[in-house]
Design a protein around this ligand. Structure first.
Ligand SMILES: [Zn+2]
Length: 347
């Protein structure tokens, strides 16, 4: 840690007068040691600790509300950072929060209101549980997706052993699938992404029947409970933000449906926290995942900021309703520091 500090304090000392004012909003999802992580959502507790240590040497970490207020008033600092977490996993509270407290670093947790306290995993986690865990599945799947039949032959991957699971543990969903199970996982993920929460549950139900699996959720994939969420209301460092009611692809919904997803989440969270919820993050958050109507809704419903997942710095000309973020990978403090140096243009 000390080495990391020495190396990067030099970079930090090189802040150049007149350099453009730049902030970065960091996007995390989970702080956990996960054996298999197809979307690369986990940063290990050890690495998260190291990253926070590097961060405090680098730039002030501000609550997203402060960063946005600075942006609006034209007083964006020369360099600053905000930390955000999407999806409201329980490990945000159990593991990330104590580490954030240790470094006195504020963060925003964007929560999906209907998932709070749910006994079901997120649909993408359940796809992982049903398809990518070791075990035996029927050789053939035939699934009716609104009249469109999806067929899959699992072939060699009908039986999937511990050894194959270990070999494929570092596979990422956007890479070439190593087995028919992985191909099926990604194909279903793509098909399910624009669907309603009800339709996704119908498909999971059909898959559970096919796999003869129970609906039981894994504790490691749990989402924050209502009690834990309420406990954040008094936390000086943690802000709870809105990430819709069911994590839909908002662009696939009508404007009134979008409004319900956004407003419904805000109202539920405000009822639990007994305080105003003013920050928003678009589910999936890419260019095609929300529309200009969504941005207007977010402004009109009363959010002071909204984060997307386009990568880039926040600069004086950024729109507070579409703040870009940087996806943070599971890397150690040293690599993280190199990345920050690059982003801030220190080298
Ligand atoms: Zn999300």
């Amino acid at each position: 840690m000390t080495n990391v500090f020495k190396r990067f304090s030099r970079a930090a000392a090189g802040w150049v007068r007149g350099a453009p004012r730049k902030a970065f909003v960091l996007m995390y999802h989970r702080v956990a040691d996960e054996f298999c992580d197809p979307w690369g959502l986990c940063v290990s507790p050890r690495f998260f600790d190291q990253q926070l240590d590097v961060l405090r040497q680098f730039a002030p970490v501000l609550p997203i509300k402060t960063l946005t207020a600075n942006l609006r008033s034209g007083t964006l600092r020369r360099r600053s950072i905000a930390i955000t977490f999407d999806d409201g996993y329980a490990d945000n509270v159990d593991i990330a929060r104590p580490l954030l407290a240790r470094y006195d670093a504020p963060a925003t947790f964007y929560v999906v209101s209907r998932q709070v306290g749910s006994e079901r995993e997120y649909w993408w986690d359940e796809l992982d549980r049903l398809l990518l865990q070791p075990g035996r599945l029927p050789a053939t799947l035939e699934l009716d997706l609104e009249g469109d039949i999806v067929r899959a032959e699992l072939g060699d991957a009908t039986t999937y052993g511990e050894e194959s699971h270990r070999l494929n543990r570092n596979w990422r969903a956007w890479e070439t699938p190593p087995t028919p199970r992985h191909a099926l996982y990604y194909a279903l993920w793509q098909r399910m992404r624009p669907m309603s929460a009800e339709r996704r549950q119908d498909i999971l139900e059909a898959l559970r029947r096919w796999a003869r699996a129970d609906p039981g959720a894994r504790p490691a994939r749990a989402v924050v409970s209502q009690a834990a969420l309420a406990g954040l209301a008094a936390d000086r460092l943690i802000e709870v933000g809105c990430h819709t009611m069911t994590h839909p692809r908002l662009a696939a919904l009508t404007v009134p449906e979008q409004a319900e997803e956004i407003r419904g989440c805000k109202e539920s969270l405000e009822a639990i926290l007994n305080r105003r919820v003013e920050s928003f993050a678009y589910p999936f958050g890419g260019d095609g995942d929300y529309t200009a109507d969504t941005v207007s809704l977010v402004r009109n419903i009363g959010f002071s900021s909204a984060c997307c997942t386009s990568e880039g710095p926040v600069t004086a000309s950024s729109d507070p309703a579409q703040l870009p973020r940087m996806f943070i990978q599971n890397c150690d403090g040293e690599q993280f520091g190199r990345q920050l140096s690059e982003w801030f243009g220190d080298r």
